[in-house]
Each structure stands twice: as C-alpha cells, then as structure tokens.
Ligand binder design. Structure first.
Ligand SMILES: Cc1cc2nc3c(=O)[nH]c(=O)nc-3n(C[C@H](O)[C@H](O)[C@H](O)COP(=O)(O)OP(=O)(O)OC[C@H]3O[C@@H](n4cnc5c(N)ncnc54)[C@H](O)[C@@H]3O)c2cc1C
Length: 299
C-alpha cells in the first residue's frame, strides 16, 4: 500500500507530526527504533501540563493518543535506507521490510558526544546536564561546574550563573577562554580550572567531586556540560537535503527541506534551542506542510 507519509523518528517531533497527519486522515507509518536523545534522564521539564514527566511516559502517552486515529500505524523498526524514484519514496527497515510513501518526514533527532572524562556518563542525565533551561531550576543555588572544552564556555557560564553563583568553569586542558574572559569570570567570583580533569566521582549519579590531573579536587553537586551534537541518522543526508552550518537539516516555515517531498522537524532541523515542546511544535508544522502539499496535488 502506498502511504501518504512515512514519519521516521518517534520522539516528540515525529509523534506530533503523526498526530496531525492522523487527524488529517493521511495514511501514515511512524517508524521508531526507541533511542531518543534524552534516554539518560528521568525527568523532562518545561513542557506545559507535563513539567517533570518521565520522558518515556511522555512518549507512551503520545503513542496511546495515536491509537485513536486508524490511519496511523507505529512500527518499532529502524529505517536503514530511503530513496526517491519517479517522485515516490521507498524505504527499507533493518528487518528488510519495504514501504513506499508520497512524502517523508525526517524526525530522527540528534545524538551527542560527551567530553572524554572518566565516569562522566555516570552523572549525565542525573546531576550533569546540557541544557540549563531544562534542568537549571533543579540545580539552583547549588555548587555547580560548567564543563566546556570549546568556545561556548563563556556563554554557557553566563547562562548558568542565572541559576547559581556558586560556579566554576572546567575546560579540561583546553585553552578556550581569553585573558579578558578569564578576568571577567574572576570578577564574578567564577574560578576557572584549565587543567585536565582526571575523574568525576559521586554516588548513584549525584556528582560529589571533580579531580584534576595535578591533584586538585573540588566539591560540586552537579553542573552543565557542552556536548558535541550530530545527526542521529544519515537519512536526510542520503536523500540529498541541504544542511546549515550548525549541522541541522535546512527547512522553511512548514518543514520543507531542499528536496521536494522531504520534510524535517525537531532536533534534526533545529540544533538549538532543543526542547521537547519545540520539537513537538515543529512536528505539527511539518505535518501541516505535508498535508498542504498533498492537498495541492490531489484536489
Ligand atoms: C539529558 C537531556 C535532558 C533533556 N531534558 C529536556 C527537558 O527537560 N526538557 C526539554 O524540553 N528538552 C529536554 N531535552 C531535549 C529533548 O530531549 C530534545 O529536544 C527532544 O527529544 C527532541 O525531540 P526529537 O523528536 O527531535 O528527537 P528525539 O526525542 O531524539 O527522537 C528521535 C527518535 O528518532 C528515532 N530514530 C532515529 N533514527 C531512526 C531511524 N533510522 N529509524 C527509526 N527511528 C529512528 C530515535 O530512536 C528516537 O526515538 C533534553 C535532552 C537531553 C540530552
């Protein structure tokens, strides 16, 4: 059967896109291999009516809602390949199943790489986070560290300072701050540690201490780390979509990419600010874009 739309990725972007497509009576399959970017965390914040919800529960509720719409089917499968021929998209899943669709929405999100610091993964998502807007409130007024190996260090520190003034910056051996920036931070009472970090230690995800290679140790309750981000899937690239200089798939106001019939939404098309509610809204826009294109083609 020819689908109206294949939605690839079942995070908030793909789920909301599928909801709007289902309500628009569009034959849709939502593919998801259940590896969301926020899988490490237990609580998601800043989504109205759902502040503090477990991210898995948010997805479960959204999938349950899709059950009301008979034109939407969910496949817990990874899409490995998508190609376009004569204006129609074909896709193959890891299991070797083949599907065809008139339109494709890429909602595959991002994956992140943490700095190479011993034990950092034990704390990421519990007391170390990447987005102050998501988790700053929970860490307010506590002794925090910003761990930043690149030129975003000063900006991240300024932002986190809004939540806690008991703040240090760790650049893990990198010279990312200029003399002037270090003086500015010093004036604000923010100590800069430029020596390499030997290890993070703590208990059940709660950070307690940062040890440096030179033997220095400091006590910290948590903090924020700048992570490297990249597309979680190469589907947009494989279809020939253009990317912006941040690595996001370029889209217009209704999710259209540079490839006719391919739409993108969520973190895959907006690297920052990345938020659940923004991803969901972008999913809605992309679905409206798909619907508009189908209306024009079929009316
Ligand atoms: C530690 C952490 C904490 C966060 N906390 C918050 C918070 O409190 N509040 C907030 O608003 N935001 C938070 N975020 C950001 C938020 O998680 C993202 O902005 C949001 O998940 C993006 O939604 P998405 O649908 O674009 O991508 P995702 O949620 O990452 O979903 C993408 C989905 O696509 C699937 N997928 C990828 N490739 C394929 C493929 N080839 N085939 C099939 N499926 C595929 C993945 O398995 C995944 O399920 C946090 C992020 C992190 C890392």
């Amino acid at each position: 059967m020819m689908l109206d739309c294949a939605v690839i990725g079942g995070g908030p972007a793909g789920l909301n896109a599928s909801l709007v497509l289902g309500r628009s009576r569009r034959a849709t399959v939502l593919f998801d291999n259940e590896q969301p970017r926020n899988a490490v965390t237990q609580e998601a914040h800043g989504f109205m009516t759902r502040d503090g919800i477990n991210p898995g529960e948010l997805r479960r509720l959204a999938r349950e809602e899709l059950g009301k719409y008979p034109d939407v089917h969910i496949k817990k499968q990874k899409v490995t390949r998508v190609w376009k021929h004569d204006g129609i998209f074909s896709m193959e899943t890891e299991e070797g199943d083949l599907y065809t669709a008139k339109k494709v929405i890429v909602a595959t999100g991002l994956k992140e790489r943490l700095p190479e610091i011993p034990h950092i993964h034990q704390f990421y998502g519990t007391s170390l986070f990447s987005c102050p807007f998501c988790d700053g409130w929970e860490l307010r007024d506590r002794p925090l560290a910003v761990i930043a190996e690149n030129s975003g260090a000063l900006h991240m520190t300024k932002v986190v300072y809004n939540w806690s003034r008991d703040l240090v910056v760790c650049t893990n051996g990198k010279q990312t701050l200029s003399g002037e920036e270090k003086r500015l931070l010093e004036e604000k009472g923010v100590t800069v540690y430029e020596q390499p970090i030997a290890a993070l230690t703590g208990d059940q995800g709660d950070l307690k201490q940062i040890s440096f290679n030179d033997g220095t140790t400091i006590s910290r309750d948590g903090g924020f780390v700048i992570t490297e981000l990249e597309q979680a899937a190469s589907i947009g690239e494989g279809l020939g979509c253009e990317f912006n200089n941040q690595g996001a798939i370029k889209t217009d106001g209704i999710g259209r990419t540079s490839v006719d019939g391919v739409f993108a939404c969520g973190d895959a098309s907006i690297i920052a600010p990345s938020q659940l509610i923004i991803a969901a809204a972008e999913g809605s826009k992309a679905a409206i874009g798909v619907n508009a294109a189908l209306v024009e083609e079929n009316f």
